[in-house]
Design a protein around this ligand. Structure first.
Ligand code: PNS
Length: 356
């Protein structure tokens, strides 16, 4: 592998460490032709940098500064070696943080980039790539671009076909500009034990307002759940499958951290009646204290759902009652099987004033 053009043209790069899949010279050449060959200063960020070939090619072609993010020790050492070989080490920093942590730190330091490269390992799911993408808008200069490389000819499009995509054999490269990435992302959190038609109403209405909605299934909250967090995710995916901009994930830490990591500025919750207010007010204030940049917004329940709660569904199902009005048909069988014959929900009797 060589640097193709610019000040370090022809420099041979170090041997590729095991497990690293570098962008081939041919793809790199075509990619930089498409990006406009040479640059007049500015900064580049190379995420999942591998050997650093993309960021180094950009430095060689006139970008002033580069940040390389690579967790793998041998790959990070190879980037250092390649920077020495190309005599570009003065203009670069290599960090061995995770991509999530690096993005948080760079944002805190107010850094911006003109060119961001992202070549994630193939095993990373499309939703995770989109999660990282949704955080890059904040780091991008107004005229900046993000270049995402994916291999194995992926079937799934990124961000609903935003950006310009080119194929180089099995490698797919998509270039996004800032407007493509300034998505409004909202989190709809809950225990969803189980999901009800009331929850679905709120998720559906939120999906009409925001570019992307992440349903966050609280993993720690439910004691002795009849449905594991994974099963609850599966059921929610089943009933929200027709909403193209909704994804579902397990949340096992703080909600504000979960939101921040996904580039979400908004938490959306459903509010059914005054009885919900106290607990929601408290949670919203706590979350605001933890992160003042994240807002909680409420969607008022549709009148016909204002009496409906997961705990009511659990209780009715535990006595063998009919819950078909409250739970979508596609998951009714699973819900009935999970909760019928369980101990009646004592928690509900004690906390009649709270949600859940
Ligand atoms: O459906 P629920 O039980 O009202 O959902 C509660 C949930 C999951 C939204 C809440 O427990 C939560 O936000 N958990 C994450 C932990 C957290 O951030 N706690 C501090 C703020 S209350």
């Amino acid at each position: 592998m060589r640097i193709i053009s610019g000040s370090a043209r022809g420099a041979r790069l170090a041997a590729v460490p095991p497990g690293v899949r570098p962008t081939s010279d041919r793809v790199r050449e075509s990619l930089f032709n498409a990006l406009g060959q040479f640059f007049d200063g500015g900064a580049t960020l190379d995420l999942y940098a591998g050997t650093g070939a993309l960021g180094i090619e950009a430095l060689s072609r006139g970008v002033e500064r580069a940040t390389f993010v690579e967790k793998n020790a041998r790959a990070a050492a190879a980037i250092g070696e390649n920077l020495r070989r190309t005599r570009l080490e003065e203009r670069a920093e290599v960090t061995r943080e995770s991509v999530g942590r690096a993005l948080e730190r760079l944002r805190e330091h107010g850094r911006t980039y003109n060119l961001i490269f992202m070549d994630p390992p193939y095993r990373i799911a499309t939703t995770e790539v989109e999660g990282v993408l949704s955080r890059l808008g904040a780091l991008l200069a107004p005229d900046g671009r993000v270049v995402v490389e994916r291999g194995d000819a992926p079937e799934e499009v990124l961000l609903g076909e935003k950006g310009v995509t080119r194929r180089y054999g099995g490698t797919v490269v998509t270039v996004f500009d800032r407007s493509d990435l300034m998505m409004s992302v909202a989190i709809c959190p809950g225990s969803f034990d189980p999901i009800t038609v009331g929850h679905i109403d709120v998720i559906q209405r939120a999906s009409g307002v925001f570019d992307h909605v992440v349903v966050a299934v609280g993993a720690n909250r439910v004691k002795n759940p009849r449905l594991s967090p994974e099963e609850r995710v599966r059921l929610i995916e089943k009933v929200t499958g027709d909403l193209g901009n909704v994804s579902v994930e397990i949340m096992d830490g703080l909600l504000v951290e979960f939101a921040r990591e996904r580039g979400a500025r908004v938490i959306v919750k459903g509010l059914r009646a005054v009885s919900d207010f106290n607990s929601e007010f408290e949670q919203a204030q706590l979350n605001q204290t933890l992160d003042s940049e994240i807002e909680t917004m409420f969607i008022m329940a549709t009148a016909k759902h204002s009496f409906l709660s997961s705990s009511a569904v659990r209780e009715i199902a535990s006595y063998g009652g009919d819950v078909s009005e409250f739970v979508p048909r596609e998951i009714l069988g699973t819900v009935v099987e999970a909760y019928s014959g369980t101990q009646p929900d004592t928690e509900r009797r004690i906390k009649t004033e709270s949600k859940g």
